[in-house]
Each structure stands twice: as C-alpha cells, then as structure tokens.
Design a protein around this ligand. Structure first.
Ligand code: SF4
Length: 347
C-alpha cells in the first residue's frame, strides 16, 4: 500500500479504504533514536527556534522518510500545521488538507468525510466497512485501558504506547492486534501494582519525555492510570458510524468537550492528582487556565520543549508534587489547602 503521512489522528478508515497505509509522523519522530536530529533538519531549513518541536520533527521525518503524500489537519489540531503544509508543498510533497468540523455533530462530520472520500477516490460505505475491520483492535486497546486503571496490571507507559499507536496502528493493524493480544495474555499473569501507589492522570498532548516520565512516576510510588488524549486516539466511543465515532472524539473540538471526558474519567479511575503536559510554544498551553479552574484535584503543569528526557529540574518538581499528594491523603485538611493554594497546587 502507498504510504501517506498524517499529522495527527484522522479518520484512517478512509485512508485504508482508499488503499493508503497511514503513517503517523509524530510516532515516527518520537520513536527515532535521535529525535533532536530530526528537529534540527527543520531548524536548518529555517523553522524558527520558537516553533514547537513536534512540528519540526514532522518536517524532519517528511524530509528523511521519502513519504511524498501528507494529510495535514488544518482545523482541530494545530494552527502551525497550516504553514507546515505550505512548506511541504514547496518541497514538492502532495499535501491533502483535512479540517475537522468546528462542532462535534455527526451531520457535519458526515459532510467532512464525504469531502475526504471524494478527494481520495473511495466511498463512505467502504470506509465504514474498514471501521468494522478495525473494531477488534480498538476493543483490545479498550481492554488494555481497563486492565490499567481497574486491575492495575498494565503500566502507564504501556497504556500510553498502545493507545497512542492507534492513530495508525503502528502501520499494520493485523500485527498490532496480534502483538497487543499477546501482551494482554501476559498481563493477566502479572501481580497487580500495589494498591497504595498514587494514581495520576496525564492530560494534554503526548510529551517529548516518552517512557522516562512514566518510569520516573513509578519509581516514586505513583503510576499513570489515565492518558487522556491517547485514550481519545483509541476512540473509546465508536458509535454506529464513522460520522458518530469522529464526533465522539473530543480532541479536535472545544476544550470543554475534553473536560467532560476528563472529569468523568478522573472520578471513575479514582485519581489522586493530575499532570497537565504542555508543549513549549503551543497554543494549547493556554488551556491550563481552564483546567486549573475546572478540575478539583491538585494539578502539576509540566512544560516540555526539545529536551527528550526528564531534566533534574522536572524530576524535582514531580517529586515535590507526589510528596504533596501523599501528604494530602494523610491529612485531608492539607488536601483542601493543596487544591486551593497555588503554592501547593503547582510545586
Ligand atoms: S504540541 Fe501544540 S503546537 Fe505542537 S504540534 Fe501539537 S498542537 Fe501544534
């Protein structure tokens, strides 16, 4: 199948129905042994230093991988992608724009899908058939998520990795299914994580820290039981059609859509504290104001840039946050202060 790059989660069912193999350029970038090198390709080409690392990384991957067609999401993800698309076109790549509707309504989504199938030469019916074909993979991803927060058998990193990979199913959904099935069989033989570990929710775009962050949390007696956007990438609410599925997907729409999902999951998963990751120079960082206002749990905001590991500074902030959470659990009065006071709220 001909490869097509994607800049975020898109209706891959349409791409597969049209005979393309989607490749999530973010995943290629961040799983590279040397992501700094890919970002520096963009900087040498003239991308500003104060441009988000993900955008620079995507550009680097496009220049290196030989991909000649990219589906760029122009509404519902990142305004930087609009200019990235222009530069990719300048470099001779075929750029196909895709815009999520401004409201999560199945009718509007249906029109969007119709425009995309027309552009790619397939039909919505064929794409809906692919939806059914992908259902077993999505169900396994759902099971993995349940085994993470409900049964304590899956690590926060494994949860992140398998859910974030649903954007393109690691470029082979048959292989994805087989490998995840094997992992889940193994997980059922594990002993659960200790019940007294702190439960953390990770919200915001996937971080540049990768496995480091999850490992560090576990080393310090905490584990991520919710990876918000990764969980959304896996499409937890499939609906009866693609139009419904991609209207239930919260990421491209208002932050208040995301908040509904986040607050439901924080309660269901009995989370102790929230880490909100923001990427340097990303407009989504402004949403931190809204999360701090709306979420009633202690919240630590971490901002990453082009440091693809946890610096000592970030580690110290995480340690202080976890200490504060432990103290809050022991002393409910302190917990109230921690939620209310910004000094406690964001060590
Ligand atoms: S982190 Fe923000 S600025 Fe960077 S690609 Fe994602 S949405 Fe765009």
């Amino acid at each position: 199948m001909k490869k097509i790059g994607i800049t975020t989660t898109v209706p891959i069912e349409v791409l597969l129905a049209a005979g393309y193999q989607p490749v999530d350029l973010n995943n290629v970038f961040i799983s590279d042994p040397n992501p700094e090198r890919l970002a520096s390709i963009a900087e040498r080409a003239g991308f500003p230093l104060n441009c988000c690392s993900w955008i620079k990384g995507i550009y680097g991957v496009c220049m290196e991988s030989g991909i000649d067609t990219v589906l760029c999401v122009t509404t519902g993800d990142c305004s930087n992608t609009i200019m990235l698309a222009e530069v990719l076109a300048l470099k001779g790549l075929e750029v196909i724009p895709f815009a999520y509707p401004d409201q999560p309504e199945p009718k509007r989504m249906q029109h969007t899908l119709e425009a995309l199938v027309e552009r790619l030469g397939t039909t919505v019916e064929a794409a809906n058939k692919v939806k059914d074909e992908l259902k077993p993979c999505r169900q396994l991803a759902y099971e993995l998520d349940q085994l993470t927060w409900r049964d304590g058998l899956v690590s926060g990193w494994e949860n992140h990795y398998w859910l974030v990979s649903t954007s393109d199913f690691n470029q082979d959904h048959h292989k994805y299914f087989k490998q995840l099935k094997e992992l889940l069989t193994d997980c059922l033989k594990r002993s659960p994580y200790p019940k007294d570990m702190l439960k953390i929710a990770y919200i915001g775009v996937p971080s540049v820290y990768g496995r480091d962050l999850y490992r560090y949390l576990e080393r310090d007696g905490a584990r991520a039981v919710f990876n918000e956007i990764q969980h959304q990438f896996a499409m937890p609410e499939l609906g009866n059609s693609l139009a419904e599925q991609y209207s239930n997907y919260t990421y491209p729409y208002s932050i208040y859509q995301r908040l509904k999902d986040i607050t439901t999951e924080l309660g269901r998963r009995q989370v102790d504290g929230v880490i909100h990751y923001v990427q340097a120079f990303c407009h989504r960082g402004i949403g931190d104001i809204i999360f701090r206002d709306a979420l009633k749990l202690p919240l630590l905001t971490l901002e990453g840039n082009n440091d693809f590991f946890l610096s000592q500074h970030v580690k110290t902030r995480i340690e202080a946050f976890l200490d504060m959470l432990r103290q809050s659990k022991r002393t409910p009065k302190y917990a109230k202060q921690a939620v209310a006071g910004s000094a406690y709220n964001n060590p």
